[in-house]
Write a protein that binds this ligand. Structure first.
Ligand code: MG
Length: 221
C-alpha cells in the first residue's frame, strides 16, 4: 500500500509510522494470560507492513501460526508532541478498521527470550487497512461495534467502549514518546477472540459506522 485512502474522496495521504497498542482490551489481556497494563503498552510496525483491502496476508516460511487481531485504527492529521488530554481528539483526522496480523509462534519465542516483537508484528502484509472515514463523521469513536469473521464465522466481537485506554490517553502517552506527524497511524488494540488464520481463509473485519475490510490468507512463495 503506497497511499492511505479515504471513503468518498479522491484524497490520498502518505502513511507515516504505525504505533500499535497491546493489551488494550482487558478480556484480550486475560486470554493471553498477560497482566492488564497500568499504562499503555506500545510497539511499532513499519509502513511497509500495510496491505490494501482485498490483498493477501502472506505467512513467512519461518512461521506456522498466524493470528488475527481486529482493531480500530486512528489517522493522525497534524503534528503534535506532549499532547494534552483536552486537545487529543483534535489530532484524529480519520478512523479505519485494520488487522494487526501476528506470527504468534514467533512472538511467543521472542517473549520467552526477551527479544523485540518487530518480526512477529511487522512482517510484510501484517497490517491490512480499510479506507478512512473523516473524524467528523464518527459521532462517538468510543461506542463502535467491532468484529472479525473467518470464512463467515464470527471470531471476535466487542465494542470500542471496552478499550482500557481511551483515545485521549493513548495520544497523550504516545506523543510523550514519539512526535506524532500527519499520516501516522494508531492501531488501538484488539478485543478477545484472537485465533489462527490458515492459508485459504477469508477474513472480514468490520467497524460500526466506519466500514469493513476483507483479506485472504496465503503463504509466501
Ligand atoms: Mg494488536
Amino acid at each position: 500500500m503506497t497511499f492511505l485512502r479515504f471513503v468518498g474522496s479522491e484524497r490520498t495521504m502518505q502513511p507515516g509510522k504505525i504505533i500499535c497498542l497491546g493489551r488494550n482490551y482487558p478480556e484480550h489481556a486475560r486470554e493471553m494470560k498477560a497482566e492488564v497494563p497500568a499504562a499503555p503498552v506500545i510497539f511499532l510496525k513499519p509502513a511497509s507492513a500495510l496491505l490494501e483491502p482485498g490483498g493477501i496476508v502472506r505467512i513467512p516460511s519461518f512461521s506456522n501460526e498466524l493470528h488475527h487481531e481486529v482493531e480500530m485504527v486512528l489517522l493522525i492529521g497534524k503534528q503534535g508532541k506532549d499532547i494534552s488530554l483536552e486537545l487529543a481528539m483534535s489530532y484524529v483526522d480519520g478512523y479505519a478498521v485494520g488487522l494487526d496480523m501476528t506470527l504468534r509462534d514467533v512472538q511467543a519465542e521472542a517473549k520467552k527470550k526477551g527479544l523485540p516483537w518487530s518480526v512477529s508484528k511487522g512482517f510484510d502484509t501484517s497490517a491490512p487497512l480499510s479506507p478512512f472515514v473523516a473524524a467528523q463523521a464518527v459521532a462517538d469513536p468510543h461506542a463502535l461495534d467491532i468484529s472479525l469473521r473467518v470464512n463467515g464465522v464470527i471470531r471476535q466481537h466487542s465494542n470500542t467502549r471496552n478499550m482500557l485506554f481511551r483515545i485521549e490517553t493513548m495520544l497523550a502517552y504516545i506523543s510523550s514518546v514519539f512526535t506524532l506527524e500527519p499520516g501516522d497511524l494508531v492501531f488501538t488494540g484488539t478485543p478477545e477472540g484472537v485465533g489462527p488464520a490458515q492459508p485459504g481463509d477469508v477474513l472480514t473485519a468490520e467497524l460500526q459506522n466506519v466500514g469493513s475490510l476483507t483479506v485472504t490468507i496465503g503463504r509466501r512463495d
